[in-house]
Ligand binder design. Structure first.
Ligand SMILES: *Cc1c(COP(=O)(O)O)cnc(C)c1O
Length: 427
């Protein structure tokens, strides 16, 4: 039986009944929404800090943070204030004109990443597309690869978003099924294997696109020194190293960028998710002058990218990250969390891994999938999310209260004890 078959398997658990109001809203969403998500059966209506409430007033601790988009908690007063003030003054201008909010964001991102130039966008996938375009153009104009022949290498198990080019890089069959044909010039190699990168590079390779820790792939932490070795190989072969830090960036792993753990300064970094302060989609490609020189007026653009509202919110989010010292907090609380969870000592847990407040609990597919664990945590007032069938993702807001996290650890421990008991009974 595969992990995915097991994901629906559940020995004894009965979820809390939904109220009529909640079932009604879920039914309306199902009736008129495209069916591309399978949400947990909870209808949220309020959020403050690390806590959410559903429409019936039940409270939940958020250990998911909207896939790290809410790294600073829900409705952070300072970020909300920046949003409201900027919205009342000037919201969207397009890049047909200059605006007085954008320069500070560009300077800030360049300084924080130790890179030179920023191309602001909205969603994550859009910024990844921007990176692919930049890399191809650099390959042609700067490296001298014949036009239309540039190659880009990514890793097995990657997640870079859902556009056609980006899923052209995916190795997840479901993400690709029926969506072809995909653009040429894209390939993948095993993750965590630097020698595989060295072997895969050809004279036409423009870039290597990699997540410093694979998030959607199941919180996969590569071997020590992997990224540093990749950076070396890229430098030797004049290949761009592009780090997708959409999920790992902005303190999630205990450094501002996860690539800093390896002492690596990539040629380009892609940011998103938390950059929008939990309120807006804000993303960016940040790159070296050598890469970013390929862009000239009219080459690329986005109606909403770099709008004053997004810039003000992103600046406020970065202010919060700095002033609340959340990078250090993620490192410190995350180390504590990892130690606690590694001490679960459950026969149904295969592995607990992560860095900073970015932790995955991998269950043993022979006994249970991740989704039933997530369902049970939900009934106990904890929001988490299964990824890759067998991994429970734990990624709370970086400013979660220590007592709240400790309470959650207790609930997680109790959940595993309960599942072990039910499995024993069912056997
Ligand atoms: C979420 C994510 C993306 C895609 O971002 P969207 O905003 O959903 O388009 C890309 N790369 C990584 C590593 C991500 O985690």
């Amino acid at each position: 039986m595969t992990a995915h078959d097991r994901a629906g398997y559940e020995p004894a658990f009965r979820p809390l009944p939904l109220s009529e109001a909640a079932s009604g809203l879920i039914a309306r969403e199902k009736a008129c929404g495209a069916n591309n998500y399978d949400p947990l059966p909870v209808v949220l209506s309020r959020g403050a800090g690390s806590w959410l409430a559903d429409i019936d007033g039940r409270r939940y601790l958020d250990l998911m943070s909207a896939y790290s988009a809410v790294s600073f908690g829900h409705a952070h007063p300072r970020i909300v204030a920046a949003l409201v003030a900027q919205a009342q003054r000037l919201g969207v201008t397009s890049r047909a004109y200059h605006n007085d909010a954008l320069p500070a964001l560009l300077e800030r991102l360049a300084r924080l990443t130790r890179l030179d130039r920023v191309l602001p966008a909205n969603g994550g996938a859009e910024a990844v597309e921007t990176a692919l375009k930049a890399a191809r153009k650099w390959g042609h104009k700067v490296k001298g690869i014949p036009d239309g022949r540039a190659e880009i290498i990514a890793c097995d198990g990657n997640f870079h978003g859902r556009t056609i080019a980006v899923i052209g890089l995916s190795t997840e069959p479901q993400y690709r099924d029926g969506f072809g044909p995909f653009p040429p010039g894209l390939s993948t190699i095993p993750y965590g294997d630097a020698d595989a990168l060295a072997r895969a590079i050809t004279p036409r390779t423009a870039a290597f696109l990699v997540e410093p820790i694979q998030g959607e792939g199941g919180i996969v932490v590569p071997p020590e020194g992997y990224l540093a070795r990749c950076a070396e190989i890229c430098r030797e072969h004049r290949v761009l190293l592009i780090c997708d830090e959409i999920q790992t960036g902005l303190g999630r792993t205990g450094r501002f960028l996860a690539s800093e753990h390896d002492g690596v300064r990539p040629d380009a970094v892609i940011l998103g998710k938390a950059l929008g302060g939990g309120l807006l989609p804000v993303s960016a490609l940040v790159g070296s002058n050598d890469l970013m020189q390929v862009f000239h007026p009219g080459d690329h653009g986005s109606t909403f990218g770099g709008n004053p509202l997004a810039a003000a919110v992103a600046i406020a989010a970065l202010d919060v990250l700095e002033d609340e010292k959340l990078v250090a907090r993620s490192a410190e609380l995350g180390a504590w969390l990892l130690e606690e969870l590694q001490d679960l000592r459950s026969p149904i847990v295969r592995d607990v891994r992560g860095r900073g407040l970015f932790v995955g609990i991998e269950v043993d597919a022979r006994y249970i999938g991740a989704r039933p664990v997530v369902d049970r945590l939900l009934a106990r007032g904890i929001l988490s999310k299964d990824t890759h069938g067998t991994v429970v993702r734990i990624a709370p807001p970086l400013n979660i209260a220590r007592e709240d996290l400790a309470w959650a650890v207790g609930q997680i421990r109790a959940t595993f004890r309960e599942i072990e008991r039910d499995l024993k009974r069912a056997a």
